[in-house]
Design a binder for this molecule. Structure first.
Ligand SMILES: [Zn+2]
Length: 304
């Protein structure tokens, strides 16, 4: 009996906003089992309401906040989550676009919110999705703390669309700081910059979301899509799945069946958004799937 009692489900994406203390990853991913369900514990932390854990459903890849994390044991190594995590973290380790770059079926939309000095955001993009597709429209935001801090109103608008069921947002991690040095070679840029502390950069973004009452997902996108083996290992050891793209629209890559589409929601790359809106208008994007439904067996990596 006690085994099920400790699982206090705080909410699917609804968490009281407030301060988060002692936020830490578990040294090894452990799981709790309840009925037929398995939850992998990713982080533990303190709130004014008591100890909490960030956990992911290893079958559906949905994250939630659980109560006091006692009684965790070994995870099923064959769960969809762990298979996808292993697949995303295996060699080769290309400098660009590592991680899962496509699925087999349907289309997945990812919109990056890198730090930007531009005012506002690509409202036209999200409004068109809400106008044309059935609700809630699944969309992944790969978000940064620096963008949130500088765009509080835009962030609030997106969050309201999520809460009112217009959008179903997957809150993806794009690091808190998103280091970037114009003109520097890729090997010393983005998360490969000398000052990078990737673990802190990832955890800080999660805390930023949790403090605003949002549950972060297990999906991660490397800033600039640049990484090396060490960076990929850091991300997957934290239980996050790196997501690349095979349809960066502003670079002329057109979506096909299974594509993970990349556009920028921060106004830094309006060209990609314009292309997306044309595809949407032409009926070329009849529906979107949430990134967590990507097929583990068929999620493919860039082999270049
Ligand atoms: Zn970015």
């Amino acid at each position: 009996m006690r085994k099920t009692l400790w699982i206090v489900l705080i909410g699917w994406g609804v968490l009281p906003a407030g301060t988060i203390g002692h936020y830490r990853p578990l040294p090894v991913i452990r799981c709790i089992h309840d009925g037929g369900e398995e939850w992998a514990l990713l982080r533990t932390f303190e709130t004014a309401q008591g100890p909490r854990a960030l956990a992911v459903d290893t079958r559906r890849l949905r994250t939630t906040i659980l109560g006091s994390p006692n009684g965790a044991g070994a995870c099923n190594p064959h769960s969809r989550y762990l298979r996808l995590l292993r697949q995303a973290g295996s060699p080769p380790y290309p400098l660009q676009n590592d991680g899962i770059t496509r699925g087999k079926h349907e289309l997945y939309l990812t919109t990056d919110l890198c730090p930007s000095s531009k005012k506002g955001f690509e409202k036209r993009l999200y409004e068109a999705l809400i106008r044309r597709l059935s609700h809630p429209v699944p969309v992944t935001l790969f978000i940064t703390k620096r963008w949130i801090d500088n765009h509080p109103a835009a962030f609030e608008t997106l969050r309201q669309w999520d809460l009112d069921g217009s959008l179903a947002i997957t809150w993806g991690n794009h690091t808190a700081w998103h280091h970037y040095h114009p003109g520097k070679p890729l090997k010393e840029n983005f998360v490969l910059s000398p000052e990078e502390n990737l673990t802190a950069d990832i955890l800080e973004l999660e805390k930023t979301l949790l403090q605003r009452g949002i549950v972060p997902s297990v999906f991660f996108r490397f800033p600039g899509l640049v990484s090396d083996e060490k960076a990929v290992n850091t991300v997957t050891r934290l239980g996050l799945i790196p997501i690349g793209t095979d349809a960066w629209l502003a670079k002329g890559q057109m979506p096909k069946e299974g594509s993970i589409i990349l556009v920028h929601g921060n106004k830094n790359e309006p060209k990609g958004v314009t292309i997306f809106l044309k595809l949407l208008e032409d009926g070329k994007i009849p529906a979107l799937r949430p990134i967590r439904e990507i097929d583990a067996e068929c999620g493919m990596r860039n082999e270049e």
